[in-house]
Design a binder for this molecule. Structure first.
Ligand code: C2E
Ligand code: CA
Length: 511
């Protein structure tokens, strides 16, 4: 059944359920039936009795009857008022609870960029229909802007965490079913933040909504396709992000945000291929922060280009120092964000740094995230990528497998290597479905002449499985975690010695 059909079915069920939930409607049936039979109108008596059964059947088959004592609030609408009304009413019901869910379609600006605002309205309507079909009678669903929906559950005894998680999973699944759209099939994903009713304070409805918003921001920060429950420390995490945003500029100027480096090796020979540059913040109050913990704050403060400039300088300086120490590090990779590519000045900055340290551009790989590659309509981004490629840099596509990169896009950006996302790598040795996905990605890359690197390799078994599947390069804690630049030369030398010893042992044992 299509979504419209499911929505209609649900609405009829709701209507029947609502009718049966009203005492005066139920009381009317026996009264009319008795009066009709008293006056000899047996047909009317029969119709009335059958009508009650029919209504019951519709409610049971297509919807649900309203549990005794529950509220019935009209679902749908475009604003927050319906949701607030439900939260307020449940607050006043003793022994009753509810939960609030916020659902946000992932990558909305990218979708609008690609398909246009008007076409995307159809996606919103279809998503709304799907969400409604995944809910129960009495639950409230409202639109909160283009890509966001708010849901309040009809009163229940307890909105325990496991139960909310089950509902959140159902919502994500309903959004994720394939949608035929403009001649293609879309697989939307969504982030969900949820909370039980928060009865504290003077305005529990507002507090609940704020908690759901905090949970959703956390989900989006870990997204796409992430679900997060509200926890009180989320508020603290939020205030940490805003204090980091305020401090980031000074921290970069004061040299507190430094480049660390994580090795990338050849899967077959174990030879070092290069180092990925990863930012670390030596925070005087919060200790050593990894990029995942502060990148959002940098982005919110509009300092991604400043961070990129500083990290690029540090990475190229480190490469020239490793050369001087004869550490034999072939290349360094730097992560470049969409705002840096849009800004464009990073291309000239890179040229200057390369000539300052007399380095070959082919030794500096540019890592772009899959969502950058997906912004195919952004001319400024494409111009920067073409300029980088023409200058002789190699392009790595990060986080491959999660987004919607198409083969034409890979060719258009002349991608040299794809970095298979960690989600495909974790446990690949014991998961046949994962192994098939990785194998398909590698086969596609090989057909296009693109090399592959598996990210997040943690165990020797994952290493072996990826090597057998034909993956070219590996990176992950199983090889080495990110390290300070002054540790790299020693690490590389120790690895070389270990590698030679292993090969010598192989020869001795006839391998
Ligand atoms: P990414 O490019 O996918 O980088 C890999 C992230 O995974 C790093 O986290 C790294 O520490 C972590 N990682 C590496 N191996 C393993 C493993 O075996 N297991 C697990 N669980 N994790 C592993 P980090 O440094 O927090 O970076 C997070 C993301 O931040 C990066 O993801 C990258 O997209 C971005 N990033 C890092 N440095 C920079 C930067 O200087 N500029 C920009 N624009 N983005 C950066
Ligand atoms: Ca990266």
């Amino acid at each position: 059944m299509n979504e419209r059909g499911a929505g209609l079915r649900h609405e009829i069920g709701n209507w029947a359920g609502s009718a049966l939930g009203r005492l005066e409607v139920l009381a009317l049936f026996p009264l009319v039936a008795l009066t009709a039979s008293w006056f000899g109108f047996t047909d009317l008596a029969m119709i009335t009795a059958l009508g009650l059964s029919a209504l019951l059947a519709v409610a049971v088959l297509l919807g649900r009857t309203t549990p005794r004592g529950d509220l019935v609030i009209a679902s749908g609408g475009t604003g927050r008022a319906g949701l607030t009304a439900l939260l307020e009413q449940v607050t006043n019901l003793e022994g009753r609870d509810t939960a609030c869910f916020l659902v946000q379609i992932d990558d909305w600006p990218v979708l609008v960029d690609r398909w246009g605002h008007d076409s995307c309205q159809d996606l919103v309507t279809r998503t709304e229909d799907r969400l409604r079909a995944a809910l129960r009678h009495g639950d409230v669903l409202v639109r909160l802007g283009d890509a966001r929906f708010g849901i309040g559950l009809a009163p229940i005894r307890s909105a325990r965490l496991e139960w909310r998680e089950t509902i959140a999973a159902r919502l994500v699944q309903s959004v994720g079913d394939p949608i035929p759209f403009n001649g293609t099939t879309l697989h939307l994903t969504a982030c969900v933040g949820h909370t039980a009713l928060i009865r504290r304070g003077t305005d529990p409805a507002a507090a609940t909504f704020l908690a759901a918003e905090a949970a959703l921001s956390d989900a989006v920060a870990h997204g796409p396709n992430a679900v997060r429950a509200y926890a009180p420390n989320l508020g603290r995490a939020r205030s940490l992000q805003s204090s980091l945003s305020a401090d980031v500029e000074d921290a970069i100027h004061d040299g507190l945000i430094t480049a660390w480096f994580q090795p990338q090796i050849c899967a077959g020979t174990g030879a070092i291929l290069g180092m990925e540059t990863l930012a670390r913040w030596d925070h005087p109050k919060h200790g050593l922060l990894s990029t995942g913990e502060f990148l959002e704050a940098v982005s919110a403060a509009g300092h991604l280009p400043l961070l990129g400039q500083s990290l690029t300088h540090q990475a190229l300086k480190a490469l020239s120092l490793w050369d001087a120490a004869a550490a034999h590090i072939p290349s360094v990779s730097i992560n470049i964000s969409a705002p840096e590519l849009r800004d464009g000045s990073m291309v000239n900055g890179l040229v200057q740094e390369l000539s300052r340290y007399a380095l070959d551009p082919a030794r500096v790989r540019i890592e772009i995230a899959e969502d950058v590659a997906a912004s195919a309509a952004d001319d400024a981004i494409i111009a920067s990528l073409i300029a980088l490629k023409e200058a002789g840099h190699l392009i790595d596509l990060d986080g491959f497998g999660l987004g919607a990169t198409s083969v034409p896009m890979l060719q258009r950006f002349r991608v040299d290597r794809i970095k298979i996302d960690r989600t495909f790598v974790v446990g690949v040795d014991g998961d046949a479905a994962k192994a098939r996905s990785v194998s398909a990605i590698i086969a596609m890359a090989q057909a296009l002449g693109i090399s592959t690197l598996a990210n997040g390799v943690e165990t020797p078994n994952e290493h072996t499985a990826l090597e057998m599947l034909g993956c070219d390069a590996l990176q992950g804690f199983g090889i080495a975690g990110p390290m300070r630049s002054d540790k790299v030369a020693d690490w590389a030398r120790a690895r070389l010695v270990k590698d030679k010893t292993i090969r010598l042992d192989d020869r001795r044992s006839g391998g």
